[in-house]
Design a binder for this molecule. Structure first.
Ligand code: FES
Length: 89
């Protein structure tokens, strides 16, 4: 079973972060499984996996870069981990 169909492994949605406009104090649900069509947000596609969305509250108004490779060590924010995924593409 490879990374793309293992329900216990995150799927790499994109190998670059997604820029989104967030509102300070609002709650959002970040997709941790990588299967949502509404990246970077959860749309329920994790149902057949071991993943759950990550609820977070925006701390600033404006643009944030959220992780879409699902390998960040600082979810939901991009930490540059996508640059180290060459072997998994
Ligand atoms: S769709 Fe990925 S965590 Fe919900």
């Amino acid at each position: 079973m490879n990374n793309k169909d293992n329900p216990n492994q995150p799927k790499i949605a994109f190998t670059s972060p997604v820029a989104v406009q967030l509102k300070q104090g609002e709650k959002y649900y970040y997709c941790t499984c990588g299967r949502a069509k509404a990246q970077p947000f959860c749309d329920g596609s994790h149902a057949e996996t071991s993943f759950e969305p990550l609820e977070f509250e925006a701390t600033i108004d404006g643009t944030s870069h959220l992780c879409a490779c699902k390998h960040t060590k600082n979810p939901p924010y991009c930490d540059g981990s996508h640059e180290k995924l060459e072997d998994e593409k």
